[in-house]
Write a protein that binds this ligand. Structure first.
Ligand code: NOJ
Length: 568
């Protein structure tokens, strides 16, 4: 198993996670779709990059209508991605490199092509009927949905099926019917599926929309709310306060049960990270209560999405850190997420500015918590605006007709996209046609992104001040510095005239490390830097931030310092 250097914190609290969207990482067959054998050829790259855990978006059997988030067999691999033997080899090869592997579990819903759903819809008496949520419609002839519940993506989440003259519930898109976890057989089957993968060596799971597992049994209508667009902080959107469909109280007991399944396994410990949009109080509740100095009894981690759209300024980031520390102090652990397969890539929210991207990364990899890096983030892949006409993303297709209107309303600053294809373009390995993702004469499932000829692994390997090297240096530093992977976190006060500076201290035993981030377009100099300090890292290679009695930071420069004994 992976080699443990320090045993102070469980491995999953110290780790760094890299997300692979399998369809877009590396195609080994030339069919334009990434696959498992392709990923295996790139594991050395990831090991060398210095990430410690790899999370795979789903590659289980699926009609791929939502590119794997619509599963039709949880215990098999979609043929376009490979075979079960490839999957076993992937797990083995990752472990051989002392890294960990996380799969993506879509417990909330299946594909409508899953044999369970095909059976369920056959008749009201079918043994699988109650595996999904079926109800009579309202009003004349049941022609209206059972209640006012809206799906996450808009419109009623109820879908009429004339075979049995009833409606089924789908929290996401219509082809993703929700499983009914009030049926004990469903829960048993899915918990056994989790065990199936744990037995094959999987070290953890990312849990897709785990906050929508249960809905109100009485089907009470969701109350009205004055809010149209969803946000990360609450359940309100589309003029509904979705208290009966999102973050239902029964979810909290469910995640604890799931946690106890994970706790059946040890050496190494396995972990869960939940995809949840909610207030800090609710997010913390999903993690359960403290059971000892290192552990709680719910989800090990939840994604904290508050950082996704955070402006790169000191007060915003200081507030976020302080909130994370307030709510997720030990034994809770924050997470640091800036991009994923549903979001606009972070660098594009920073104006595709490399200097800012390096600063952002310095924060992500030095703050207390588990960082989640999205493939291509380490080379600064831009978000690629693709035409809606050729969209493959089912969410984009749903909004196809009023897409332009929404874009005009919302996308003025480039921070909103309805087409998730934009952030899923092929990994950029080199400057050849198709960016080395697939052969030059193949057609990739999505075109290579903007400026792939210069923004790619091969080019950035050869440039010492590339973003890739910045990630590599920071990941290495974090791994070798206990204060960074396991230390406490404390935001330092700055004088009023230095408010664009964000500084924090990480401590572990006698080691003290400080992170200084200049979040402004002007240089900043402080005169309070006395004592012996050594520079561990700088986002700018040729600068001299440590002066005799001061610290001088260029615009948007970030540095990491170690304070020598007696100087803290
Ligand atoms: C959240 C996932 O991140 C997204 O990609 C997917 O489409 C939905 N859940 C439905 O599974």
């Amino acid at each position: 198993m992976p080699d443990e250097k320090t045993r102070n914190l469980p491995w999953w609290k110290r780790t760094t996670v890299y997300q692979i969207y399998p369809r877009s990482f590396k195609d080994s067959t030339g069919n334009g779709i990434g696959d498992i054998p392709g990923i295996i050829t790139k594991l050395d790259y990831l090991q060398d990059l210095g990430v410690e855990t790899i999370w795979f978006s789903p590659f289980f059997s699926s009609p791929q209508t939502d590119h794997g988030y619509d599963v039709s067999n949880y215990r098999d691999i979609a043929p376009e991605y490979g075979t079960m033997a490839d999957c076993d080899r992937l797990i083995q090869e990752i472990h051989n490199r002392a890294m960990y592997v996380v799969f993506d579990m879509v417990l909330n819903h299946t594909s409508d092509q899953h044999p369970w759903f095909l059976e369920s819809r056959l008749s009201r008496e079918n043994p699988k009927r109650d595996w999904y949520i079926w109800r009579d419609g309202k009003k004349s002839g049941g022609r209206k949905p059972p209640n006012n519940w809206k799906s996450m993506v808009g419109g009623s989440g109820w879908h009429y099926d004339d075979v049995t003259d009833q409606w089924y519930w789908a929290q996401f898109l219509p082809f993703q019917p929700d499983l009914n976890y009030r049926n004990p057989d469903v829960k048993k089957e899915m918990f056994d599926t989790v065990r199936f993968w744990l037995n094959r060596g999987v070290d953890g799971f990312r849990l897709d929309i785990i906050n929508t597992i249960f809905e109100d049994e009485q089907l009470q209508n969701n109350p009205f709310a004055w809010k149209l667009f969803p946000s990360e902080e609450d359940e309100k959107s589309l003029f509904q306060n979705k208290i009966f469909t999102i973050n239902h109280p029964d979810n909290f007991a469910f995640v604890k049960e799931l946690r106890s399944v994970m706790d059946e396994y040890s050496d190494p410990e396995r972990f869960l990270v939940g995809e949840i949009a909610a207030s800090f109080d609710t997010l913390k509740k999903y993690c359960g209560e403290e059971v000892d100095k290192n552990q709680t009894n719910g989800l090990h981690l939840v994604f904290l999405f508050q950082s996704l759209n955070a402006n790169l300024n000191a007060s915003t980031l200081r507030n976020i850190i302080n909130k994370y520390e307030e709510y997720f102090n030990e034994p809770y652990t924050p997470t640091w997420v800036f991009s994923n397969h549903d979001q606009i890539r972070r660098i594009s929210k920073l104006g595709n500015d490399l200097v800012k991207a390096k600063l952002n990364t310095t924060l992500q990899l030095t703050a207390r918590g588990v960082p989640f890096i999205y493939y291509g983030e380490e080379i600064g892949m831009f978000n690629h605006r693709l035409p809606i006409k050729t969209a493959q993303d089912p969410v984009a297709l749903r909004f196809r007709w009023y897409h332009q209107l929404l874009v005009n309303l919302l996308v003025r600053d480039g921070s909103f996209s309805l087409n998730r294809d934009d952030c899923r373009t092929p990994m950029q390995w080199n400057s050849s046609l198709n960016a080395g993702f697939c052969p030059a004469d193949s057609k990739p499932w999505l075109p290579a992104g903007a400026r792939y000829e210069t923004i790619n692994v091969e080019v950035e390997e050869s440039e010492s001040d590339s973003l890739l090297h910045c990630y590599r240096n920071l990941l290495r530093l974090r791994r070798n510095t206990p204060a960074l992977h396991s230390g406490s976190m404390h935001v330092l006060e700055q004088p009023m005239n230095k408010k664009t500076l964000l500084t924090y201290e990480r401590r572990h035993n006698r080691q003290v490390v400080q992170v200084w981030l200049n979040l402004s377009n002007k240089p900043v100099q402080t005169d309070d830097a006395k004592g012996k300090r050594s520079l561990l890292f700088s986002t700018l290679l040729d600068s001299k931030p440590l002066r005799a009695t001061s610290i001088y930071l260029e615009p948007y420069q970030g540095i990491v310092l170690e304070l020598r004994e007696g100087d803290s």
